[in-house]
Structure formats: structure tokens, C-alpha cells
Design a protein around this ligand. Structure first.
Ligand code: SF4
Length: 337
């Protein structure tokens, strides 16, 4: 019998567990520090680029856990992972120890805390929300401004906490451009009268079908794009948000008031990712996991038997995360042979 410990029951952890559990004589210990699985995915309304319901994917992934040889350990936070006698020992927060033949880290990401960008007013003005807050509103189908009215104008700001010297995150979070385009389209479907503006530095529509979504957002849904960063946001007496920016395409300063300002927050390594990558000596400058070779060994760490997959490595879409988990499962199966 081979035991594989998977740390994190998000999309990557569940996908890898389901593939590895199909092998005979294999037991999966799937650790999840929360009481429930797939928390980030459950908050989403629709997925890009096909606008399918996130709940459908949750259902598909949950069904994959229905195997006798997958032992889901909810509420168990792994605090240490150490190599021992050619195998691995893990210890949870209560001090319980577990042994495994291989370990897969799928500890994921957390979103950038928008309070850190004080000049944008998150947590100060109720009209300033994050893309996560907006996703929840879209899921509820209830979009209201700070004073409880239907918004007439909604502004999105890209790259909040990514590609940003001040927050220390120089990397691109990869999914926030397409998420803003997706949310703007969804808002125009829900509230056909609302004006939507997206303030961007560059639009990075890198995935299949993304460029088409971007074109459609303009041609069919009338989403407007402004090239520029917002330097400051403040509340007006009637609860609107006054923003200051510069339209860098025409080189002119710009002021605008909106009912809602949506901050497209980037991805950072989760606390668990930071702790474990540091402990296992596979941390990059931000705390994401590093791998041995980005082309052919992108799930292996420098320690044989310790693997990584999904957004604990770098910002990744859900589709890329699932593909990466499948690739990690292949590598683990090869290793155990
Ligand atoms: S995906 Fe777009 S919004 Fe997100 S960090 Fe990259 S460029 Fe900025």
C-alpha cells in the first residue's frame, strides 16, 4: 500500500486525489485546514470563458471525493512536512503525526488585502469593493450601491496588488484582466442600463476565448476601457466614489464619479503556502513554490517525493490549476513506481 498526502482540498488537491486514487493499493490523505472544501470556488458565480456556473464545477469536483481510499481530513492544518527514512512525516496543528510515501502540496493562494492600498478607500468608503465582493453580489443577483440603490455607473480598476512596486508584488496575477471583462459583461446582462468602465495598464487576455470575450464586451455589451491607473478615490456627500486618474492614451487628467469602484485584487501565496514552502526550502521571493524545471519538471521540487501543483506555484486560472494537478498526479505515479 502506498500513501500519498495531499495538502489542500481545493480544485488541484481534489483533482490529483481522484486520479491517484484510481490506482490500486493506494491511499490518499487529503488535508484541508477549513471545515469545508473548495471555499474560493464556492464564492464564484460564473467561470470564464464560457460563463458556466461555478456551482456545477463544485458538484463535479465533490463527486470525485466519493472513493473509499480518499480520506478527507477537514479542519486539519498541516504545520510541518519533513523527510524521514526515504518517506515523509507530516504533523497537523494538534500535533498528530502522519506518514506518507509522497507529498503533494496544493495549498493555493489568498487574495491581496485591498486595505493595503489606503489611497483607494477600501474599508473606508462602502462604495469601494473588491472583485471578490462583486462576484458574491453577482451570484446573489443583487447589485446595489452604497446607499441601497441600483448603480448607474461602475468602474473597475485593474492590477490592485499586482505589478505594483508599493505592495511588493511585481508579478502579474494573470486572471484579473479576464475576470474584470467577465464581471462587466455579467453586470450589463443583469443591469442593461448600467455604464461599466475598466481602467487598465495592459489587458492580458492570454487564454483560449479570452480575446473574443474582450471584443464582445465592447461590441455587444458596450463596456468602455480607459488606459490609466486610478491614483485616488474619495467619497462624495451622496455616497458616490470620486476617482482621479490620467487617461494615458490621450495624456490628460481625468476625474469621474461612480456608484461602485471595484478593485481587481491579485493573488498572493496563502499563509499555508508561505509557511510550507519556506520550511521545505522551495520558496521564491514571494513565498510561492519553486519547481526544478519550468518546462519538464514543473511539479517536482528539489526534494524527491515532494510535489507541488496549482496556484501555490504562481497565479493560475482554475482550468490551468486542474491541468497542473493532472500533470502532478502523473509525476507522483511515476515516482512511486
Ligand atoms: S491579469 Fe491584468 S489586472 Fe491582473 S495583474 Fe495582470 S495585467 Fe494586472
Amino acid at each position: 500500500m502506498k500513501t500519498i498526502a495531499i495538502i489542500g482540498a481545493g480544485p488541484a488537491g481534489i483533482e490529483a486525489a481522484s486520479i491517484l486514487a484510481a490506482k490500486e493499493e493506494t491511499e490518499i490523505l487529503l488535508f484541508e485546514k477549513s471545515a469545508s472544501t473548495l471555499d474560493n470556488l464556492r464564492d464564484k458565480a460564473f467561470l470564464f470563458p464560457d460563463f458556466s456556473a461555478a456551482d456545477d464545477l463544485v458538484e463535479i469536483l465533490e463527486a470525485k471525493l466519493n472513493r473509499d481510499n480518499i480520506k478527507l481530513l477537514s479542519g486539519k492544518e498541516v504545520k510541518s512536512v519533513t523527510e524521514q527514512d526515504g518517506g515523509w512525516q507530516l504533523q497537523d496543528a494538534e500535533g498528530t503525526s502522519y506518514t506518507a510515501d509522497a507529498v503533494l502540496m496544493t495549498t493555493g493562494y489568498k487574495v491581496f488585502d485591498a486595505h493595503r492600498k489606503e489611497e483607494l478607500g477600501y474599508g473606508i468608503y462602502p462604495g469601494v469593493i473588491t472583485s471578490i465582493d462583486m462576484e458574491k453580489k453577482i451570484k446573489e443577483g443583487k447589485i446595489l450601491n452604497a446607499v441601497g440603490d441600483t448603480p448607474k455607473k461602475i468602474v473597475f480598476l485593474q492590477c490592485v496588488g499586482s505589478r505594483d512596486e508599493k505592495s511588493g508584488n511585481h508579478y502579474c496575477s494573470k486572471v484579473c484582466c479576464v475576470t474584470a471583462v467577465k464581471q462587466a459583461i455579467e453586470l450589463r446582462k443583469l443591469l442593461p442600463e448600467v455604464e461599466t468602465y475598466i481602467f487598465y495598464m495592459d489587458l492580458r487576455m492570454w487564454g483560449g476565448g479570452f480575446e473574443e470575450m474582450y471584443r464582445e464586451s465592447q461590441e455587444k455589451y458596450g463596456v468602455r476601457y480607459v488606459r490609466g491607473r486610478i491614483s485616488e478615490a474619495a467619497s462624495t456627500y451622496d455616497g458616490k466614489i470620486q476617482i482621479k486618474s490620467e487617461d494615458t492614451l490621450v495624456g490628460l487628467p481625468l476625474k469621474m464619479s461612480a456608484d461602485l469602484l471595484v478593485l481587481m485584487v491579485g493573488m498572493e501565496p496563502s499563509c499555508g503556502t508561505k509557511e510550507l514552502t519556506k520550511q521545505c526550502g522551495c520558496s521564491d521571493a514571494y513565498g510561492f513554490a519553486t519547481t526544478t524545471n519550468p518546462h519538464v519538471r514543473d511539479n517536482e521540487t528539489s526534494q524527491p517525493g515532494l510535489f507541488v501543483a496549482g496556484s501555490c506555484k504562481r497565479p493560475m486560472s482554475i482550468n490551468d490549476t486542474l491541468n497542473d494537478a493532472r500533470s502532478a498526479a502523473v509525476k507522483i505515479a511515476e515516482f512511486l513506481k
